[in-house]
Design a protein around this ligand. Structure first.
Ligand code: SF4
Ligand code: MG
Length: 330
């Protein structure tokens, strides 16, 4: 069946100098199935946030398509896009970005109902209170203002607002990163339970690989604005294939000596290159411990290998793969 979200060749740029914007996201492909959680991981500067802002049409795409629930979002008018937004909601690292400090919680959380439904004020209040209870808050909280709440409570409120219309897709960009660890865990559990219960698909950005392993069905690894590996979370964690994925996991697993011993250590040399002036060939070649000559000139295509799609010259594609990401017909 058709995925809920099908991103093809999405390119997003930032800043326009001399009439030209430099791409920060370079032609990425991603699918999210209905009800699925896809995590996007990668260093800061890898283009994760820009990619999801491009998907949500908060930043304009310079190329590519974003098919969501059967429609290409990049081709919609403002009005059509606004109507679509009820099915595509976002939460950010800083809950203040979705909560107006001058608005009572009742009005903030109820705003999507006012914009997208014909509910009257009483129905809205009932629905908001139910939603606040679902995120662990109480009825009397509806009449307070955002600054009266802790960071964790504010993020619960942002979640209530994002889910009140029962969207088909929730995009969460580092949604718990600003919270202390125990609050992070509580808010994550809550989010995980709610999206499972409501059958909401989720595109989840995080730098925390432990969180990925806990909640994501699949994981996409980004490097310099490209997806270098995407596959089922279990597969990617058990057998990372791209040298960058190996380095990322290897760095994160130092605290896990058992797993660490079984895995070849891959250490990352050097810094992330300037995203607006990336290297030729494989974008990872300046830091790759396995680099060979062709990597410096030839861009590796994504191929299906061992259940994942991997873009590296050294990865052997499955001989009997029923799906070749380089071939849209499969
Ligand atoms: Fe490393 Fe070459 Fe593979 Fe790029 S294509 S990840 S440089 S081995
Ligand atoms: Mg970011």
């Amino acid at each position: 069946s058709q995925p809920l979200l099908q991103v093809r060749g999405l390119t997003v740029g930032y800043g326009r100098r001399l009439g030209r914007s430099s791409p920060v996201v370079r032609g990425i492909d991603l699918d999210v199935q209905r009800g699925e959680v896809l995590a996007i991981v990668g260093e800061s500067g890898s283009g994760k946030s820009t990619a999801v802002r491009g998907i949500a049409q908060l930043l304009p795409a310079t190329a590519g398509t974003v098919r969501f629930d059967g429609q290409d979002l990049t081709s919609l008018s403002r009005r059509e896009l606004r109507a679509k937004r009820r099915d595509l909601q976002m939460i950010f690292q800083d809950p203040y970005s979705s909560l107006d400090p001058a608005m009572r919680i009742l009005d903030s959380v109820g705003e999507p109902l006012r914009v997208h439904t014909s509910m009257d004020a009483r129905e809205r209040r009932t629905t908001v209170v139910e939603m606040l209870q679902a995120v662990g808050l109480r009825e009397e909280h509806a009449d307070r203002y955002p600054q009266e709440f802790s960071g964790g409570q504010r993020q619960r409120i942002a979640i209530a607002r994002a889910l009140i219309l029962r969207p088909q897709l929730l995009i969460a960009d580092e949604a718990v990163s600003a919270l202390d660890v125990s609050t992070q865990n509580q808010v994550l559990r809550l989010l995980e339970d709610l999206i499972a219960e409501l059958g909401i698909a989720c595109l989840f950005i995080t730098h925390d690989l432990g969180v990925v392993r806990d909640i994501a069905d699949r994981v996409a690894v980004m490097y310099l604005g490209t997806v270098v590996e995407v596959g089922p979370t279990d597969e990617v964690f058990a057998r990372p294939q791209h040298p960058y994925t190996q380095a990322l996991l290897s760095a994160a697993l130092i605290a896990d000596p058992v797993v660490q011993r079984q895995r070849r250590r891959t250490k990352l040399e050097g810094d992330l290159p300037d995203p607006t002036n990336p290297p030729a060939g494989c974008l990872f070649h300046t830091r790759c411990p396995l680099v060979v000559d062709r990597c410096r000139t030839e861009v590796p295509l994504q191929r299906r290998s061992g259940g994942a799609d991997v873009a590296c010259h050294l990865v052997e594609p499955d001989p009997d793969a029923d799906h070749d990401p380089a071939d849209p017909e499969t």
